[in-house]
Design a protein. Structure first.
Length: 331
């Protein structure tokens, strides 16, 4: 049995999490769910966006499922806090084409491995007489372990090339260090191809030649931006899962946010949350179950009948989830 911490969060986070738990019920695996609080609604009830009990539950879980939270300016970010407290130094996002979607290509399949704990997102800022400054931190330790993860992931999944993305021509010290460490690590993986690209050029190549990429490894802010651009290639954020992985913990979440404009309407696309569950199952080494769930979703997307409005259908979030579960149970 796996102990899973479940953080519904705010808005459509609650709806897509309900869908995810529903489809998990069709698998021949035992899960024990521990529900925890985070986000703006949590703040309104408790005075904090991320209680210590939530952090404790996530640290002691086999994995954490995270729906979505609303972060109000001035509040502590629940997700960034969890990444830092659990040392979830990897953010992994798949850019993958699925049938029945608005993907710009029908055969894309690459991943972005983003360093998740430092860079500009450490949040060290200060006001000055002329405006404000922010500190960007790139360390040897973080750069080395994220690059090593990218190469290990490529080797484990049979991918042939890792591309480092940076801006070392301008950020000569920080991104220069990241680029140099990338090639140092690459020396231990002679069977995997390597290259590096500037982040601005990479953004262009996402549009003009996305098939050139296999595994991308990059720093925190660049990875965040490129991941959303990647989502645009394959039909939008409603189809974009992510994994946050550390040495001892992992958290899985869709990247679409809490969707306050559609929250409570029951029309949010559960695909990104379901695909995040697929990543969780792979992390738990339940590979057959991961394949079963992904294939069931693919079948529903291919038929394009019982799908949500953004996918061209009229189904509710739970109607689509029930159809995915039905596909599994019929097998």
């Amino acid at each position: 049995m796996y102990n899973i911490t479940v953080i519904h969060g705010d808005g459509i986070g609650k709806e897509v999490m309900e869908a995810a738990i529903h489809v998990l019920g069709a698998l021949d695996i035992q899960f024990n769910y521990n529900v925890a609080l985070a986000g703006n609604e949590c703040f309104q009830k408790t005075g904090t966006t991320i209680p210590e009990e939530t952090i404790k539950l996530a640290k002691n879980a086999d994995a954490t499922l995270f729906g979505a939270v609303t972060t109000v300016p001035g509040q502590k970010s629940a997700i960034i806090t969890l990444r830092q407290e659990l040392d979830l130094y990897v953010n992994l996002r798949q850019v993958k084409s699925y049938p029945g979607t608005k993907s710009l290509h029908d055969d894309l399949d690459f991943v972005i491995v983003r360093e998740n704990t430092e860079g500009l997102y450490i949040g060290i800022e200060e006001e000055t007489e002329d405006g404000a400054t922010a500190l960007r931190v790139i360390t040897r330790k973080a750069s080395e372990r994220i690059c090593k993860f990218a190469f290990d992931y490529a080797k484990k999944t049979g991918r042939g090339k890792v591309t480092a993305v940076h801006k070392a021509n301008v950020l000569k010290k920080t991104d220069g260090l990241f680029r140099d460490i990338f090639y140092d690590v690459a020396g231990d993986y002679s069977d995997i191809g390597t290259d590096d690209r500037y982040v601005d050029a990479t953004a262009m190549f996402f549009i003009t030649n996305p098939h050139m990429f296999d595994v991308i490894v990059t720093t925190n802010l660049f990875g965040d931006i490129l991941s959303d651009e990647g989502a645009g290639l394959v039909g939008g954020l409603g189809l974009m899962p992510s994994a946050n992985i550390g040495e001892n913990s992992a958290l899985f979440e869709p990247v679409h946010g809490s969707g306050p404009d559609i929250a409570g309407k029951g029309i949010s696309n559960p695909s990104a949350m379901i695909l995040s569950v697929v990543l969780m199952l792979d992390y738990l080494e339940e590979h057959d179950a991961a394949c079963t769930l992904e294939n069931a979703l693919i079948e529903v997307l291919s038929e394009n009948k019982i799908v949500t409005k953004d996918l061209g259908g009229n189904a509710s979030t739970m109607e689509m989830a029930r159809e995915v579960r039905n596909k599994i149970e019929r097998k």
